[in-house]
Design a protein around this ligand. Structure first.
Ligand code: GLU
Length: 313
């Protein structure tokens, strides 16, 4: 793969500020997630972007330091941990194929005997949460500590309001978990697994923290700042492959087609994209399109990727 050019920090910051300005001129389309009341309270005009590069620099614009609900972005962190714990056995319990179904769909799971299509749809992420809950006695705390270590920041917390809301409105995720339990694909007790899963979704982080914490995926599993091996080179490759094919819900094909970067989206409005050998882009805007992807975060990442020639294809 070709090495992306490092853009000088002043130019990159200017470029992000200009892109943000362009995004603010676009018509306000889409809707803030409202499947839980706690998320619907976020101001729809929030907009931020951060780029962390392998040389340890972070450039940013807009609301890049404001924490927001990471939701499904947490699936990438949890997957990284579960891959270390379960090795190749994990792929007997969850597959690596795009689902072609909404992220919380239940129909496919019945046809396919409780084996989710991939670890970044809800069913697959619940299996991953089960791996963590079954392995660690304090799995929620271990998960949070892992994120803090990656972000090099201790000030990362759960939003208790979002967590309570997730629990209260989590019937569909509970249905997925019980169905998989009936097929023998969940080892711990379902309430404990759901607690782990909801806890992961309720973490709050800013664009700058997110960009910083995903750098190992752009650098073959090694955190370029601490030099720590976070996951194997093979696992970094596999995670990026899954993000490329399934990370953007039912718009993953279109995102690969137009942007060409492994990326994960969350219904909190955040999108994180990995640029191998270069760095990580994290963007946030709460208004979502019909697929659950943030309109303006996608716009910012697409424009930046075009301008800097970042596509991996
Ligand atoms: N907490 C959400 C759920 O489990 C996460 C959805 C998402 O961000 O894709 O339904």
């Amino acid at each position: 793969m070709q090495q992306a050019e490092f853009c000088p920090i002043v130019d990159l910051t200017r470029c992000l500020t200009d892109l943000l300005f362009d995004a603010q001129q676009l018509p306000a389309e889409g809707k803030v997630a409202d499947y839980i009341p706690a998320l619907s309270e976020v101001s729809p005009t929030r907009l931020g972007i951060a780029v962390a590069t392998l040389d340890g620099k972070v450039c940013a614009a807009g609301d890049s330091q404001m924490p927001f609900s990471i939701q499904s972005l947490s699936k990438t962190f949890a997957l990284t941990m579960a891959m270390q714990l379960q090795g190749d056995e994990l792929w007997q319990r969850v597959r690596m194929e795009p689902s072609g179904q909404p992220f919380n769909s239940i129909v496919q799971l019945e046809w396919e005997q409780g084996i989710p299509r991939n670890p970044v749809i809800n069913a697959g992420a619940i299996v991953v949460a089960d791996v963590l809950a079954s392995h660690y006695s304090a799995s929620k705390n271990t998960f949070l500590m892992f994120i803090r270590r990656l972000a090099q920041c201790q000030q990362i917390y759960i939003d208790p309001k979002v967590y309570a809301s997730e629990q209260q409105h989590g019937s569909r995720n509970a249905a997925l978990a019980y169905l998989m339990k009936s097929f023998g694909n969940i080892q711990s007790e379902v309430p404990q697994v759901l607690e782990q899963y909801f806890h992961q979704c309720s973490v709050e982080m800013s664009c700058e923290q997110l960009a910083r914490s995903w750098l190992y995926l752009a650098n073959r599993g090694v955190d370029p700042v601490s030099n720590e091996q976070i996951c194997s080179r093979k696992d970094a490759h596999r995670i990026n492959a899954i993000l490329s094919t399934s990370g953007m819900y039912d718009q993953s094909g279109e995102f690969a087609f137009t942007v060409g970067l492994p990326a994960k989206s969350g219904v909190g409005g955040g999108i994180v994209a990995v640029v191998p050998n270069y760095g990580v882009i994290a963007a946030w805007s709460p208004r979502l399109n019909k697929f659950g992807n943030s309109n303006l975060a996608m716009y910012l990442i697409r424009r930046l990727a075009e301008q800097l020639g970042l596509s991996v294809y």
